[in-house]
Design a protein. Structure first.
Lengths: 600, 383
């Protein structure tokens, strides 16, 4: 079997074939040259990134103390379970494994994963569970080889020691959102917790500190091979508040005990330092330290009384008779009335063709300013309002800070509304009705304030005409601004407010033995009533709002207390007793000193 | 390795009578370049397998060394046995390998989604590797019978049938990479044996058609995935595209001089899958850089050119075609595997001759090398 006459052709074809092989080999060599030499540094960079991973070191968040140095919260360690979906080949198996260990259905975990990814976390690790038990942590550790996609991260949880009692002051933490991440431009890490409300939000930058960075060398299973400290974390700063924890707790107990809705603000009228700030209902901020289920969140935001609302500064209400303080100061300062001028209250008066009633059915009889404040005579202030006119009323209201934010170091503060003819034309598109001036004179009508604004008003009256800036952190204090008010007028108003409490006025229930409390009640009609009906006989949402704005002691005021009870009924009956508790608590040492000699 | 005439003749009994001529040829007749290239590549393979499995639970070096040892024994046997005897036995060998391939489908062990392993004693062997040798033998023997300058269509059809039957059996395992090697083998022998140009064109068309059919009916989802991923690697950088991406990173990051032996981060840190088998060349490229790549590709070029020289010096049609068939298969492995590692072609389980870890593949390569050396050695005998 020889090759014969065709051998030359065969050899030629073998040569061609071998040349083809070598040419292809050369082509492949050229490709290697391109990848390794031309693009080599590019791939070198990718290889470095493959094995170097930057891991943020979370900085411990600053602790918040009350004015006496008592910690209001603490940081506790929490073991969190993260799932990196990019590192598993079989997501279902991973979820099944985690579900079995955590005792949760895999579908639930899958839903969580989908939601988290949709929320913008992108490709990175997703937080599946927080605050794992140590036994669970160990079980995930045992299976880390088969399931490298799971990571246990040690985080800090915020534990708010006093729960709902300080909820509206401190706020809570929430995971940074995708839009915030983008806006922060590198200032935040994904998954970082940021302040969501209260002090936690306002002082987030101070409390947060700066995250550090570890550089770790990992293999393809994410197992740690080496570790280098890139940058140490800078812990957040601690904050000491002006808040008085004991006062806050007593106030909260006195207020929220029977499920009242509303707010209490207690502050030092000389500096504006807030001593207690309660809004009810509150929420439990410790709920937010683990991730809220959508149902829980829904329940919070759809709750009829909106527990997330800080009623001390985020809701506005008609001030009612508390506004008579502004009226009295304005009337005296403008010399529209003299202290001795009297007026006769028969229980009602007519203005501009309308009948305006006094709250007291039989009328107050003859009243001067002092008596009108003490008895909260509406008719007196109707006349005063008519004489002052809306423009001057609005000017004084603004002077005291109504219609603008007080500037407290909390987010979301409302500015309220000081109505005027200009505002009416611009916003309501109709002229100011003269009759509205009569309503505004007793704090009804379009005028709207926050309890915090009322506190600054009382502070200005108490401290002799200085407008203070309420604050929770001493560094946020601003120099008080001297208001162009007549000192004589303020003194007379203070005396009138003292009489409200101490001369059988409307707030006799706020009277404290041994302490000169001064204040003004307010009862705000929520619906226009045709007949005299006791508020407690009305449906809840039609009941009157109750106010009591006070300060003490009259001669050297040290505390302003404003109590507002939504749909609470009469200010005198509902709000004043709460203020009494607050004053008693705050001045407990002075009162004890006062009483002891008497007892001896 | 210098075989003496005594041992060889004792083994085969088919040495030439002219003792004086033979003694000279024994030394010079051995294709030293071919042997040296293969042994150097095997040494490089052992080194690289050691590095690739350095971070694995078990090192593959001792096992690979054992396979090389057995392979060297088979090399001597294949060299010593006259290839003509093998050719004459090619039909029974071929049928036996078909039986083995069929047996695999019934009683085979499954690994990596394919049933391709047969337990023989304590060993696991891949019959498909040996079926390739038997197919090469039968193809050479059959196509050597013609005296024509060009093959007749009937002959081409029968040759195609010889290659396609075992190939089909490997396809259904399913082991596409293993099956693919039958085609270059067939193409190589047909081209060299003589195919008219229009027939070649028709064959290319038929191949395209078969490819389309295989794509539609013959492929598993994961296989289709691989092809799609190859065409659009960015589609799924962490799923099926992972291997391509990690391999290219390994190769590219080696740059010109490499990261140094045992210093490849892609392989030592386990980013690179199948790094001791199909992707061993990526490990080498990462640790030795372009310099190492060029040296190894140079050794392969040396191997292929020496192999082609064996064919071109052959005097016997069957021997030439046998060499061409074996060489085409090996060349395809080399070209496809290196192209795959550098990201030019889709990922398929096609290992790199003499470098990749794998027992049956190593044995088949040494058997093939022994046959090549034997054909060359007997070129003056079998005329």
């Amino acid at each position: 079997m020889k090759v014969g006459e065709h051998r030359e052709a065969l050899v030629e074809r073998v040569r061609l074939l071998s040349q083809l092989f070598v040419a292809l080999l050369a082509t492949i060599a050229a490709c290697f040259w391109f990848v390794q030499v031309v693009r080599g540094s590019h791939y070198r960079g990718l290889a470095e990134n493959n094995r170097l991973r930057k891991v943020p070191i979370r900085a411990p968040r600053g602790i918040i103390y009350d004015r006496g140095g008592r910690a209001l919260l603490e940081n506790v360690a929490s073991y969190d379970l993260l799932l990196d979906p990019t590192r598993t080949r079989d997501l279902e198996a991973s979820l099944g494994f985690a579900g079995a260990l955590l005792g949760r259905p895999p579908e639930e975990l899958r839903a969580l994963l989908v939601r988290e990814q949709a929320a913008g976390a992108g490709l990175g690790p997703v937080l599946l569970a927080q605050n794992l038990r140590l036994s669970d942590v160990a079980r995930f550790g045992v299976h880390s080889l088969e399931h490298p996609e799971f990571e246990i991260e040690v985080g800090h949880l915020r534990l708010y020691r006093h729960g709902e009692q300080t909820a509206h002051v401190l706020g809570y933490l929430g995971e940074v959102t995708a839009t915030e991440l983008e806006a922060a431009d590198g200032a935040h890490d994904s998954g970082e917790l940021v302040g969501r409300k209260g002090i936690e939000q306002h002082y987030d930058a101070e409390l947060r500190g700066a995250a550090g960075q570890r550089v770790v060398v990992v293999d393809s299973r994410g197992r740690l091979l080496e570790e280098h400290l890139g940058r140490a974390a800078r812990p957040g700063s601690d904050l000491r508040l002006t808040l008085d924890l004991e006062l806050q707790q007593q106030t909260e107990r006195a207020f929220a005990a029977d499920g009242k809705v509303g707010a209490v603000v207690a502050l030092d009228p000389r500096s504006g330092a807030v001593r207690a700030l309660v809004s009810s209902p509150a929420y439990n901020p410790n709920l937010f330290t683990r991730r809220l289920a959508p149902e829980e969140w829904q329940a919070l935001i759809t709750s009829p009384h909106h527990p997330l609302q800080n009623r001390a500064l985020q809701n506005t209400y008609a001030p009612g008779s508390v506004f008579k303080i502004v009226m009295a100061v304005a009337g005296l300062s403008e010399r529209v009335v003299a202290p001795g001028d009297g007026i006769y209250c028969s229980g009602a008066a007519s203005f501009y063709g309308h009948r305006f009633r006094c709250w007291k059915r039989g009328g107050h009889g003859r009243v001067d300013l002092h008596a009108a404040l003490r008895g909260s005579c509406d008719v007196y202030f109707y006349h005063l309002g008519q004489k002052l006119g809306i423009e001057r009323i609005a000017r004084y209201a603004r002077l005291f800070g109504h219609g603008e934010r007080t500037g407290i170091d909390l987010e979301g503060e409302k500015s309220g509304l000081v109505p005027s003819p200009g505002w009416s034309l611009a916003v309501r598109k109709h002229p100011w009705y003269p009759g509205e001036t009569i309503s505004v004179a007793i704090g009804q009508g379009p005028v709207l304030v926050t309890p915090l604004q009322v506190a600054t008003l009382l502070a200005a009256v108490a401290n002799g005409g200085y407008r203070i800036t309420p604050h929770l952190v001493p560094a946020a204090a601003r120099p008080a601004a001297k208001l162009p008010l007549d000192a004589e007028a303020l003194a007379r108003v203070r005396h009138g407010l003292w009489a409200v409490v101490n001369e059988r006025g409307t707030a006799a229930q706020a009277r404290v033995e041994g302490l000169d409390v001064a204040g003004k009640t307010g009862t705000v009609q929520v619906v226009q009533q045709k007949t005299w009906t006791e508020s407690r006989d009305l449906p809840y949402e039609q009941r009157d709002h109750a106010w009591f704005a006070s300060f003490a002691p009259v001669r050297d005021p040290g505390l302003v207390v404003v109590v507002f009870v939504e749909h609470g009924g009469k200010g005198s009956a509902v709000a004043a007793p709460i203020a009494k508790v607050v004053h008693e608590t705050y001045f407990r040492d002075d009162l004890r000193a006062h009483r002891q000699p008497a007892a001896r | 390795m210098r075989p003496t005439s005594g041992t060889i003749s004792a083994l085969t009994g088919s040495l030439p009578l002219a003792e004086e001529r033979a003694s000279l040829r024994h030394v010079t007749g051995l294709r030293w370049g071919l042997l040296a290239a293969a042994l150097l590549l095997t040494a490089v393979g052992l080194l690289t397998v050691a590095s690739a499995s350095a971070e694995m639970p078990t090192s593959y070096l001792p096992r690979q060394a054992m396979w090389v040892g057995v392979g060297l024994l088979l090399l001597i046997v294949a060299f010593a046995v006259d290839y003509r005897m093998l050719l004459s036995l090619s039909l029974p060998l071929y049928l036996a390998s078909l039986a083995a391939l069929a047996a695999v489908l019934v009683v085979g062990h499954e690994a990596g989604g394919a049933k391709s392993w047969l337990g023989v004693g304590g060993w696991r062997l891949q019959p498909s590797e040996f079926a390739k040798l038997a197919t090469a033998l039968l193809l050479a023997r059959y196509l050597a019978t013609t005296k024509e300058r060009f093959l007749l269509p009937r002959q081409i059809a029968l040759a195609a049938l010889i290659a396609l039957v075992p190939m089909a059996l490997v396809v259904v395992e399913p082991d596409l990479g293993g099956a693919a090697m039958f085609l270059p083998m067939l193409a190589g022998v047909l081209l060299v044996a003589g195919v008219r140009l229009r027939l070649l064109a028709a064959a290319v068309l038929a191949l395209a058609l078969v490819g389309g059919l295989v794509w539609s009916f013959g492929m598993q989802d994961y296989q289709r995935d691989r092809v799609i991923t190859f065409l659009q690697p960015e589609r799924d950088p962490l799923g099926a595209g992972y291997q391509v991406r990690q391999s290219k990173i390994a190769v590219g990051s080696g740059e010109f001089l490499g990261k140094g032996y045992l210093q490849g981060t892609q392989s030592q840190l386990r980013f690179l899958p199948a790094r001791h088998t199909d992707f061993i060349f990526a490990v080498l490229a990462e640790e030795w850089g372009f310099v190492g790549v060029a040296v190894v590709l140079g050794l392969y070029a040396l191997f292929l050119l020496n192999g082609a020289e064996v064919a071109m010096r052959g005097r016997d049609r069957a021997g030439i075609l046998l060499v061409v068939a074996l060489l085409s298969g090996t060349a395809f492995h080399i070209l496809y595997n290196t192209a795959m590692v550098v990201g030019l072609v889709p990922i398929t389980g096609i290992p790199l001759p003499f470098l990749s870890y794998g027992g049956s593949f190593m044995l088949a390569n040494f058997l093939s090398l022994g046959i090549l050396l034997g054909v060359d050695f007997r070129r003056f005998v079998n005329r």
